[in-house]
Design a protein around this ligand. Structure first.
Ligand SMILES: Nc1ncnc2c1ncn2[C@@H]1O[C@H](COP(=O)(O)OP(=O)(O)OP(=O)(O)O)[C@@H](O)[C@H]1O
Ligand SMILES: [Mg+2]
Length: 593
């Protein structure tokens, strides 16, 4: 895992190497300073100070100041380099994640869920960046600080330095236990962030629905629940981490007391000093040395503290890294074939014993043994109760999902044999839940064809019966669609989506309930224009209203994921019970109005 993450530093190698080097310089300076301070204190604590001593003190003092400045420079510069390396590598990781997510099929996105993907792209990558910055600086600073300060302390007094050797294993065991327990708690914590994001995203995207159903209270309650749960899991995880701090301090103070206790005894040349055997022929410590020693104690212990914090950050980073790599390691369930076909000969479609099931969906297949053939240029209507899998069926044609068994063929080749881009360019689909994007109407239309001229756009808008209202806007094609078209009516949006699909000049066009918000007269005009302008284009129209499809060449009646009947409006009215029932109920609706 680490090796893979390191590979993102390839463009920032120089920063990633220089930062620890600078940090090392800072550590050396930091450790040298107390040594110099000890020298000064030793001089000061002598009974008489000569003018020679004053010169000595000034020189050593000057050296201390220079070293302090040097340490400051190195530390600051190291931080800057670490930030450059970490932020840069993080940005590359984020970009790769984004590109990967773009290659995901609908099924892959279903698997992770959109909010979870957002959290992985933002919070998790951020987490890794923070950890990387910490590691670049601390992974060098802590162990070297520990080592150098320990050596310096040992030079002053070996036996006192040994106090640390008792403290370190205790610390190591405690950190290990905390880390082991913290990992699953952080995994839980990140899972809860996903849940909270789901709640927020759903609410914000569907704000209008929430308000019309006066569901604010309910939504508040729902949000409160996920927020409380997140707080609980966060506290649960952090509880462990903060235990680290008091424990560390306990050990730091215990060590300082031990050094002071034994150290002062040595300095005062008391019996304990003798007992320890450190006082040998006037080699006891001087007060200055004791001061330096205490500074080293703090340095050693603060380095241990930093080390423990770093390990804890590691635990969090590990969770994030796993979540990020999980996305990167997902092979898109839809991929281009090895030797793709780049041309689609015609718009004929054939379903051959197709079955399909959503991952994590119901036990039964959503589509069961579907077989039919549509000739190139034919207009086909699909009708069926809600949930009868109409949308599911047509999504298999441009390979938004792949079949579980059987095959879907276009122009007598399996859709899986075509280059994905070519396939999706040739099959234009107006999804049931379609969206426009922020930007002008022209920009939105150019999603269909990136270099479409105004004439082409206007022609498509006319065929979709959208030109009449677009031309009435003062801005015309330059009208801005705020937040994907909140300033348009539902029917207007649907017509723009149809125009966008028409611009692709596809071989097959699929309208999934795309005129549901359009009034019947306009709907009829759209169908008429389709009949005239799209003679050679295979057209599939899913509709709730029989009127929208009754002029189709043939109509497929779907019932619970299976084909119930295929025929013309007239044939079905005569022979098919489901179709007749729908027709009668809609006639009654019309009569009743
Ligand atoms: N992404 C998904 N994951 C799991 N199950 C799904 C998914 N999308 C749809 N389903 C299920 O598949 C079945 C068929 O859904 P589908 O959307 O194809 O119906 P439909 O005929 O288009 O309905 P409607 O007329 O309401 O648009 C439903 O039971 C639905 O719950
Ligand atoms: Mg549908």
């Amino acid at each position: 895992m680490l090796k893979r993450l390191f590979s993102y530093y390839r463009n920032y190698k120089i920063y990633a190497i220089l930062s620890p080097v600078m940090m090392l310089c800072e550590v050396i300076a930091d450790v040298a300073i107390p040594m110099l301070m000890g020298l000064i204190l030793n001089k000061v604590s002598q009974e008489s100070i000569s003018s020679e001593d004053i010169g000595y003190i000034a020189t050593v003092g000057g050296a201390m100041v220079l070293l302090a400045l040097f340490a400051m420079f190195c530390g600051g510069y190291s931080n800057r380099l670490a930030a450059k390396a970490s932020m840069g590598a993080g940005a590359e990781l984020r970009e790769e994640l984004f590109v990967k997510i773009q290659s995901f099929s609908f099924a892959d996105v279903d698997k992770f869920s959109t909010p979870s993907l957002i959290t992985r792209l933002t919070t998790d990558v951020n987490n890794l960046q923070q950890s990387s910055m910490m590691v670049l600086r601390m992974a060098v600073r802590s162990p070297f600080m520990f080592l150098f300060a320990f050596i310096a302390a040992a030079i002053i007094n070996v036996k006192l330095a040994c106090i640390f050797l008792v403290a370190v294993p205790i610390l190591a065991v405690v950190i290990f236990i905390i880390m082991k327990k913290a990992h699953p708690r952080f995994t839980n914590f990140h899972h809860e962030i996903d849940n909270l994001n789901t709640s927020v995203q759903e609410n914000l995207v569907n704000m209008r629905v929430v308000k019309t159903f006066v569901r604010e209270e309910h939504e508040k309650e729902k949000f409160k629940k996920s927020n409380d749960k997140l707080t609980d899991t966060a506290i649960n995880a952090i509880k462990l981490v903060i235990m680290n701090m008091p424990f560390m301090q306990l050990i730091v103070y215990a060590c300082i007391i031990a050094v002071l206790w034994f150290g002062s005894s040595i300095v005062l040349d008391t019996s304990i000093g003798h007992l320890l055997g450190t006082v040998e022929e006037n080699t006891g410590m001087m007060a200055g040395n004791l001061m330096s020693l205490i500074t080293y104690v703090t340095q050693i212990l603060s380095s241990l503290m930093m080390l423990s914090m770093m390990f804890l950050q590691f635990t969090r980073a590990r969770t994030s890294a796993q979540r990020v790599l999980e996305v990167l390691d997902t092979e898109p369930s839809l991929s281009n074939p090895d030797n793709p076909i780049f041309t689609i000969s015609d718009g004929s479609i054939e379903f051959d014993n197709v079955c399909f099931k959503y991952e994590g969906g119901t036990v039964d297949d959503t589509l069961k043994d579907i077989s039919f053939r549509i000739n190139s240029g034919e207009t086909i209507g699909i009708i069926g109760a809600t949930g009868s899998a109409k949308s599911t069926l047509v999504q298999l044609i441009p390979r938004l999902y792949d079949v579980r068994c059987g095959s879907v063929k276009i122009g007598s080749h399996d859709v899986r044999e075509y280059d994905l881009e070519v396939l999706r360019d040739s099959v234009a689909m107006v999804l049931q839940k379609n969206t426009l994007f922020s930007g002008t109407i022209r920009e939105n239309m150019q999603w269909g064809k990136h270099n479409a001229s105004d004439e082409e756009i206007i022609e498509a808008l006319k065929n979709a019966q959208a030109w009449s209202f677009v031309s009435s806007f003062p801005g015309g094609l330059d009208t801005d669609l705020n937040q994907g078209g909140v300033n348009l009516s539902g029917g207007q949006k649907q017509r723009l989506c149809i125009a966008r699909a028409l611009l692709k000049k596809p071989k097959i066009i699929i309208l999934d309930d795309s005129t549901s918000a359009v009034d019947m007269a306009t709907d009829a005009k759209i169908m008429e224009a389709f009949g005239k302008e799209l003679k050679n284009v295979t057209t599939i129209i899913i509709a709730q209203r029989i009127r929208s499809i009754q002029t189709a060449d043939r109509i497929i009646v779907l019932d619970e994921g299976a084909v119930n009947a295929v025929g013309t409006h007239k044939e079905l009215l005569e022979n098919n019970e489901i179709y007749r029932d729908i027709y009668t109920s809609q006639q009654e609706g019309v009569m009743g109005q």
